[in-house]
Design a protein. Structure first.
Length: 293
């Protein structure tokens, strides 16, 4: 019984596995790009030119750079899924050799089986254990296949030809398993990168919006309106602002004619010994309360 007779449906599933993974990866990246485009569309980049605080400007630019790097990492990871090279038998042998050299903590059972602790090779052994020919390692299987081909070249025995066919089909099945495993690992890595990059980009956008938000400017006095001015008792403060000392502690009638809500420029009417004056009313001089007309 050959491998193709044992599991034809399984072979078809393995052959389509890589295409399905690449299609899913392409769909995920497209969706990620669409969501990212919607988020970026809502960002007002012109606000950056209005940021005057150096640390806020640095934070804004840093958030943009980090978001671009996160997006680039998603593109690179997706490209590895979409253009993943096909594993060959030489690749499997190199994995086995590399694992044998670097892994010094393999269990005694693994050494006895001649199988290193490489996750791909372990999965190949588990996936093919029900096949007619047992799988031990890429190197041993290749050696057995080479020996079987040499035996068939010197003898036309049907048993030898059948064993050679079983070894060849087992090698093809292992390659299909290996490529399906590689596609799955790349896809899982892409999912992790998408989660981390997506979270990082959202955080960067939030930081950008916060840091680039222009400071709230106080309302300007568009046209004069009547106010009641309550002045401070400090004559020195009034004198420094150019207001007569006789106005200390008084409540004056006047109009806000210029400036903004935090420091309006008021023109007051004379009251008693306090002459009419015009000055910028700051917190140290007093407050102005609008009067209903």
């Amino acid at each position: 019984m050959t491998v193709s007779e044992v599991a034809p449906a399984e072979q078809q599933e393995l052959e389509g596995h890589g295409a399905s993974v690449r299609s899913a990866a392409q769909w995920l990246v497209t969706s990620f790009a669409a969501v990212g485009a919607l988020l970026v569309a809502g960002i007002q980049l012109q606000n950056v030119t209005q940021v005057t605080v150096w640390w806020k400007l640095s934070l804004t630019l840093l958030s943009v750079v980090v978001a671009l790097l996160a997006t680039g990492s998603v593109i690179v990871c997706a490209s590895r899924v979409l253009i993943a090279p096909v594993l060959t038998w030489d690749d499997l042998v190199r994995r086995e050799t590399r694992q044998l050299i670097t892994s010094r903590q393999a269990t005694a059972a693994q050494h006895l089986e001649g199988l290193p602790g490489d996750p791909l090779l372990l999965e190949l052994a588990a996936a093919t254990q029900m096949q007619p020919v047992p799988f031990t390692s890429p190197r041993s299987l290749r050696e057995e296949l080479a020996g079987a081909r040499e035996d068939v070249s010197t003898s036309a025995s049907e048993d030898l030809q059948g064993r050679m066919l079983q070894l060849e089909e087992l090698a093809q099945l292992c390659l299909r398993y290996a490529n399906a495993w590689q596609s799955r690992q790349l896809y899982l890595r892409l999912i992790k990168v998408l989660k981390r990059a997506g979270t990082l980009i959202v955080v960067c956008i939030a930081v950008f919006l916060w840091a680039s938000k222009p400071a709230d400017e106080p309302l300007k006095v568009a046209k004069p309106f009547p106010v009641q001015v309550f002045l401070t008792d400090s004559r020195d403060a009034l004198k420094a602002a150019g207001v007569d000392k006789a106005c200390a502690g008084m409540t004056l009638q006047g109009s806000a004619v210029d400036g903004d809500a935090t420091a309006p420029e008021v023109a007051t009417k004379p009251a008693g010994k306090c002459p009419a004056s015009r000055f910028a009313l700051t917190d140290t001089l007093g407050v102005a309360v609008p009067v209903a007309q």
